[in-house]
Design a binder for this molecule. Structure first.
Ligand SMILES: [Zn+2]
Length: 121
């Protein structure tokens, strides 16, 4: 998939990690399927603009199905082609920590500006 087709989330995470990790994240996300419980139509998480990596379990989610047109339960499941190779996680953790840190800084700035605006500071 070329760069301009990536969702905002996919762009952010694939830029923050190194190339092998980005490739592994894409491979895993492509192999995680969201299956409609009404008609069994399946799409990959990656196609939907999402990322699912280092994850387990078969969560249920509610979304619209383009195949049967109904909004209903979809199950997250691994495709039969799911990659079984071990993939690097180091640069992914750095990316998650970086995103968390930046989010906390932004929240702190918002809280401080609200406190300043109401005259507490
Ligand atoms: Zn369906």
């Amino acid at each position: 998939m070329s760069e301009h087709e990536l969702s905002r989330t996919q762009r952010l995470f694939t830029r923050l990690v190194d190339a092998p990790t980005a490739a592994a994240m894409e491979a895993h996300s492509r192999a995680w399927l969201v299956r409609c419980l009404n008609c069994s139509h399946a799409r990959s998480i990656w196609e939907l603009g999402g990322i699912r990596y280092k994850a387990a379990g078969n969560a249920l989610t509610r979304m619209n199905c383009p195949s049967c047109g109904k909004t209903g339960a979809h199950r997250l499941e691994k495709a039969e082609s799911f990659p079984t190779n071990n993939v690097p996680a180091g640069s992914l953790w750095r990316a998650i920590i970086l995103v968390t840190f930046v989010t906390m800084l932004v929240l702190a700035a918002i809280v401080l500006s609200i406190l300043w605006a109401v005259g507490v500071l």
